[in-house]
Each structure stands twice: as structure tokens, then as C-alpha cells.
Design a protein around this ligand. Structure first.
Ligand code: ADP
Ligand code: MG
Length: 697
């Protein structure tokens, strides 16, 4: 058979493999696998080592085992109430054991009498006998026992179908095809070996080497893309050089009720330098909740104004927009700026007038939600765009913009402000294309929020505490992980508290004399805004909410934050939530409620009890991370990798970054023959970024 390159495999449909017809290809398609190349990149979720199997004669109760055995006879389903129970027996050379599954009736059709399978599960006692309970199953090869790949499945795919397709794709792949020239490979295996060992490892060492190679490739290409974006931007001259007026700027600073912190001074200077140069600014202002980003933004706006340019400040919610508007009007209007607010609720004549003023340059700072970047909104001379709390404007979106070559947008000065404490080690992945200013110093005089971690046994005391806070004239947030009660929840041991039920319960049974409000993401936007505004205005005393309040709202009168099912949230997110209190002069509290006793949960919550430093917390989150995306990076537009694991692969990332810099210095446009493979990978990366973006809307 003719061998093909990895890229050529991208044009080979799955139907060209033996045993895959139209309907099977459809199953693959549902998992996002279209071509032979996609199959290669569909990595095992897990590996089973058949050599570690337990002989049936040696198994013990409560043990997790892998059994390699044959199914004796057919499986049988029977019904008990609403449950289907599937029974069978398995045997190996040493003995037999019953096996049972619950509510998986289809297994009867999937497993054949006499077939050889791997069963992975727990041995349990059932009356007098022991049985294997709900094991995961997968076909075992009749050959020598070895390491077996376990693929993520879904929508009707079976392990056998996937491994068959993988075999087919590997058979086609040209062993010599490798985008990394030999001298860049360091200790990594070549790409063919890497794919082969990823899918069919002989040893776990080989598998890990293979994964490292494929992870390196991903990180390397991603780093190249970031460098490219940065270069593209550096070449772009706006012709705008906003030099401001140092004397007037000093006057504004002196009009503030407080001196700037050292960090604020430094960040303002960095921003002013960017603005004064004729390159477009593309800067990230990263500062913990309460570090004083807003005033830094205002000082930047003033510089643009003094140089004859308008500014736009974009925020995620109307409430936040209104808050910023009030503050900006107070600080900036005495210095001659006209500040306006544009939200969805500005309509009709008023809106028309506003847009006209804007287009004719009578407005100097426009504040609003993303309505600001709509096509109908035309500025007279826009020189600076600031986005606040924009952690949702992730690297992917920026890449799309860059990929589309949106010259116009790219040439405007951009300042992105975020309170998401990204571990320092990860900033280069997320923001490698931006310049970074760090507000790493809190304004003086803050009393840190006192944080406690309790279980639901403290409920009565907590109610009394809430009441005492309200009686002192303060307000309370209660955060719940769910909007509504989950009916079919499997978690009877640790049920999730729902905002809807809990707020009803509190207002009827616990605080009938107080005003309890409800806020969650399924409410209509207008209603959400109304509730939030009522809380800002003090009309609601206790606000039961989901995490929608996470983003930047400032209610200095709120003094207590209670977080239910605290184990459900990532540390960084808990930190963000806690940042909603402790914004005024009063002593503030945060109570983390969780009934989970696992040491890992306890340890995580303790980090929060012990520290209020967002960056420290983020680093700890990274270190203590369990499985899954606790850090919540996905929602922050974090790039998704197939082989790379950002929590483990810091060294690979550093290597990838180094090599990407070297290559870009050597051959900036990747024209040299030996870089052709790399260039192709990079082009594919851009395509994917754009496609993925379009796909997820
Ligand atoms: P964030 O970085 O979370 O957006 P803000 O800009 O809202 O923080 O600032 C939080 C609070 O700190 C505001 O009430 C603001 O007036 C105040 N603040 C900002 N800078 C200073 C400073 N240098 N000294 C004292 N208070 C400050
Ligand atoms: Mg803010």
C-alpha cells in the first residue's frame, strides 16, 4: 500500500477503511472524527495493563481488579422495579465469578458468549457470595496479554471500531513524515513512532515518551502562533501617538482621594509609554479583585482625551456598566471629559442622540456592554478600547481576529483588564501575544475577608450570623451551585443545593421578615439586571444566586459571602466569589459550606481560609488540582490540547517556547525547506482556530 503523509490522511475518508460503511462513519463523525488523520489524533483516554490482571482465584472483596476472562454463556437481563439488572458469569484459568450490571441492558447485545474480555471493576459482597459489580468491559486480544488502549466512546462507537480505524490509519501513515527536522527533536521519538506508541504502547515508558512528543508539537505550534500574532501587531503602526499632557495628568492623579499604589504608578507608566509610541497597544492589565484597575483605566482614558481621541470601555453586564459610568463621571467630568453610558436600555430618541454625539466627537468616553462594538456604533475618533473583566475574551478569540486579519481592530490601542489570577507559569500560554502589566499590590488599609470552612451542621448558627449582619445594615450573598433541584441526581450522599429552592425556603421559613432575592443565569437578562440593581440599591438584603454574580460587581455594603457546596467550585472561582465582599470599610466574612470530608477537598478549602492572595491561590489550585477542569480555564477561552496537559507539562512548554523563539529568529516566515512541515502545521492551526470558533459561536 502507498504510504501517505499525515496531512494527506486529512483527505482520506473513514469509509475507505475495511468494515466502515456510511452508518459507522456517521458514528465517528458525531465524535468529530472525519478523516484518517482525525483518527490518529483520537487518543486513548486510559490504558489497561492486562499483565496486571488479577487471577479470579485471588480476588478479594472490595478490591478493584482487572480480570481477563471469557463470558460463560449469554448475559441475561431481568427487571426489578424500574431497574434492569444484567447477570452473567466470567471465567479465567483459575476460577469463575458472577458479574452484574445495573441499567445497562444493551450489554446483552454487545458481549458475546465465549468472548474474551477485560473487565475492570470492583469486587463486592452480595449476601453470601461475591461478585464483580458494574465493571467496564472491553474486548481482549487473543494474543499475548499487553497494554490495551481504552478510547473515549460515545454515541454507539465501540472500542473495537475505534481501534480498528486506528490500525487502518497507522498502516497508511508514512513513517518518514515528521514536521520537526531531526535536529529539533531532542530526545523525542519521531512522529510516526509517537503515534504508534500512543495507540499501541508496548510499555508505559514508551507511551509517556510518545505523549510527550505529541504534546510538545501542540505546544510548539501554539507558541509559534502567539509569536506570529505578536510580530504582526508589532509591525502594525497606527500612526496614533497619544502623548497627553504630563502636567494635566498629574493634576488628575492629585485630585484622587488617595495616592496611587506603586503598582498602579508602574502600570500607568507602562500604558502611557504604549500610548505614546506609534505602535498599537495590546496590553493585559492583570490585577486581583480590588487591586484598583478602574482608576488605571481612567488615567489611560484621560491620556487619550488629552491627545484628541475617544475611548470605549466595555464590560460584561449592564450593572457593571452603570457602576463604572457613575465613577467615571465623578472622576473625569471635572476635567472636561464627556462620559456617556450605552446599554440595551438606552433606546429610541435618547439612543439616536447619543450615537449622533458620539459620531460627532461630543462624547469622550463611552461605557457599555458589548453593544459598544456593534456596527451601528460609530465613533468620531476612537483611540483606545478597554475591556474590563473580560476573561471570556480568550486567546482563541484573539487568534481568530488575528487570523482574519482584522486590520482595523488590531490597530486600535487595546487594554484588557482581568482579575482572573492565572498562575504565572500559564500566562505565557494565554497571553503570549500581549504585553502584561501586573497590579501586584493592594491599596493600603484593606482588612482581609475572614474566611471559614464549615459543614451543614452549622446551618442554624449561620442563619443567626446572616441575620446579625443584616441587622447591622449589611447585605449577604449566598451562592449555590445549581439553578434548580436536580431530580435524577445520582448524588444522594452530597446533594447540590439549588438557588431556586433555597431562596424560597429561606424567604418562607427562615427570614420571612427580610427581603430575599434570587439571581441565576436562566433568568431573562432584564430581570437579572433588575435584581442586581435592587441589590446594589440595598432593596434586597439576602441575595441567593448562582455564580453569575462572579463578574466584577461592587456592592461595598455586602459583608458576608456564603458559598454552598463549596467543593463544587475551583479555588480560583471561590476566590473571585469571595472578592464580592470586603470592598467597603466594614469587616467582612466568607463562609465555605461543604460536607465533603475528603482530605483533598479539605486541603483545597484550607488554601482559601489561609490566604487572600489570588496568585498564590491560583498556583495552589494548579498544584492540588484533582481531575477535570477545576480551574475553569475552558470558560476563559483557554486553548484545548489533545495530548498536552498544562498542569504537568510546564517543562515541555518551556522547551516548546524556546524552540519556537529560535525558529522564528532563524526563519521568520518559515520559508526554509526544513521548516516546511512546521509551516503546514501552523496553517492548519489557524484554520482550526477559525473553524472551532465558528463552530462554538
Ligand atoms: P478592581 O481592580 O477589582 O477593579 P477597583 O478599581 O474597583 O478594583 O478598586 C477597588 C476599590 O479600591 C475602589 O473603591 C477604589 O476606589 C479603591 N482604590 C483604588 N486605588 C486605590 C488606592 N491607590 N488607594 C486606596 N484605594 C484605592
Ligand atoms: Mg473592576
Amino acid at each position: 500500500m502507498n504510504k501517505m503523509t499525515y496531512n494527506e490522511l486529512g483527505a482520506v475518508p473513514l469509509t475507505s477503511f475495511k468494515g466502515i460503511g456510511k452508518s459507522r462513519a456517521e458514528l465517528f463523525f458525531k465524535q468529530g472524527i472525519v478523516s484518517a488523520r482525525d483518527v490518529l489524533d483520537y487518543f486513548p483516554r486510559n490504558y489497561l495493563d492486562e499483565r496486571q490482571r488479577t487471577p479470579i482465584s485471588e480476588i478479594m472483596v472490595d478490591q478493584d481488579v482487572i480480570i481477563r476472562g471469557r463470558l460463560l454463556g449469554e448475559l441475561k437481563n431481568f427487571h426489578k422495579g424500574r431497574m434492569t439488572i444484567t447477570n452473567g458469569r466470567i471465567a479465567d484459568e483459575t476460577g469463575e465469578i458472577p458479574v452484574v450490571w445495573f441499567n445497562q441492558p444493551y450489554l446483552v447485545n454487545n458481549l458475546k458468549a465465549g468472548g474474551l474480555y477485560l473487565f475492570q471493576g470492583r469486587v463486592k459482597r452480595n449476601g453470601y457470595r461475591i461478585q464483580l459489580s458494574s465493571p467496564k468491559v472491553q474486548p481482549a486480544s487473543e494474543e499475548m496479554p499487553g497494554i490495551v488502549s481504552v478510547y473515549p466512546l460515545g454515541g454507539g462507537l465501540t472500542q473495537k471500531m475505534v481501534s480498528g480505524a486506528v490500525r487502518g490509519a497507522l498502516d497508511l501513515l508514512d513513517p518518514l513524515d515528521d514536521p520537526l527536522p531531526m535536529n529539533y527533536r531532542q530526545t523525542f521519538p519521531d512522529r510516526f513512532t509517537a503515534y504508534s506508541d500512543m495507540h499501541y504502547p508496548e510499555t508505559f515508558e514508551k507511551m509517556e515518551k510518545a505523549r510527550a512528543r505529541l504534546a510538545f508539537d501542540e505546544l510548539f505550534i501554539q507558541q509559534l502562533a502567539l509569536i506570529r500574532m505578536k510580530q504582526g501587531r508589532d509591525e502594525q503602526r497606527t500612526g496614533l501617538s497619544l502623548k497627553g499632557d504630563p502636567d494635566k495628568e498629574r493634576n488628575l492623579t492629585e485630585s484622587l482621594p488617595y495616592p496611587l499604589t506603586g503598582a498602579q504608578e508602574r502600570c500607568v507608566t507602562e500604558i502611557r509609554q504604549d500610548l505614546a509610541s506609534d505602535k498599537a497597544m495590546n496590553r493585559l492589565l492583570q490585577g486581583d479583585v480590588g487591586s484598583g484597575k478602574t482608576v488605571v483605566a481612567f488615567l489611560s482614558v484621560y491620556r487619550a482625551f488629552l491627545s484628541g481621541y475617544q475611548s470605549a470601555l466595555m464590560v460584561p453586564t449592564e450593572v457593571l456598566a452603570r457602576q463604572h459610568y457613575q465613577e467615571a463621571a465623578r472622576v473625569l467630568e471635572p476635567f472636561g471629559l464627556k462620559v456617556s453610558l450605552l446599554t440595551g436600555s438606552v433606546t429610541g430618541k435618547e439612543r439616536k442622540q447619543l450615537l449622533e454625539d458620539l459620531a460627532e466627537g461630543r462624547i469622550d468616553l463611552l461605557i457599555g456592554t458589548h453593544a459598544l462594538i456593534q456596527d451601528t456604533v460609530a465613533f468620531h475618533s476612537l483611540g483606545l478600547v478597554i475591556t474590563d473583566e473580560q476573561h471570556r475574551f480568550g486567546v482563541r478569540q484573539r487568534m481568530v481576529l488575528a487570523g482574519k486579519g482584522a486590520e482595523e481592530k488590531a490597530s486600535i490601542n487595546v487594554l484588557v483588564m482581568t482579575a482572573t489570577p492565572i498562575p504565572r507559569t500559564l500566562t505565557m500560554i494565554l497571553y503570549g501575544d500581549m504585553d502584561i502589566s501586573l497590579l501586584d499590590e493592594m491599596p493600603p488599609g484593606r482588612t482581609p475577608v475572614k474566611t471559614y470552612s464549615v459543614d451543614t451542621g452549622y446551618e442554624e448558627r449561620l442563619y443567626r450570623f446572616m441575620r446579625s449582619q443584616v441587622e447591622q445594615g449589611h447585605q449577604v450573598y449566598i451562592i449555590c451551585p445549581a439553578v434548580e433541584a436536580q431530580e435524577d441526581s445520582q448524588e444522594t450522599e452530597n446533594p447540590l443545593r439549588s438557588a431556586t429552592d433555597y431562596s424560597a425556603f429561606l424567604s418562607q421559613s427562615v427570614f420571612p421578615d427580610l427581603t430575599v432575592g434570587l439571581l441565576h443565569g436562566k433568568m431573562k437578562p432584564a430581570l437579572k439586571e433588575e435584581v442586581m440593581q435592587d441589590f446594589v440599591d440595598g432593596k434586597i438584603q439576602i441575595l441567593v444566586s448562582t455564580t453569575v454574580v462572579e463578574v466584577g460587581v461592587n456592592v461595598p455594603n455586602a459583608s458576608l459571602m456564603v458559598i454552598e457546596n463549596a467543593e463544587r467550585f475551583g479555588l480560583a472561582q471561590l476566590h473571585q466569589l469571595r472578592g464580592r465582599v470586603g470592598r467597603g470599610k466594614t469587616e467582612s466574612f466568607c463562609v465555605l459550606v461543604s460536607d465533603q470530608k475528603q482530605t483533598s477537598t479539605r486541603k483545597r478549602l484550607k488554601v482559601l481560609v489561609d490566604s487572600t492572595d489570588g496568585f498564590y491561590i491560583a498556583e495552589e489550585d494548579l498544584r492540588l488540582r484533582g481531575s477535570g477542569d477545576v480551574f475553569g480555564l475552558r470558560q476563559h477561552g483557554f486553548p484545548q490540547f489533545k495530548a498536552a496537559d498544562l498542569y504537568r507539562d510546564m517543562d515541555l512548554l518551556r522547551q516548546a517556547q524556546q524552540l519556537s523563539r529560535t525558529v522564528m529568529e532563524l526563519d521568520p516566515s518559515l520559508n526554509q525547506l526544513e521548516h516546511r512541515g512546521i509551516r503546514q502545521e501552523l496553517e492548519r492551526f489557524w484554520e482550526n482556530a477559525v473553524i472551532t470558533q465558528a463552530g462554538t459561536g
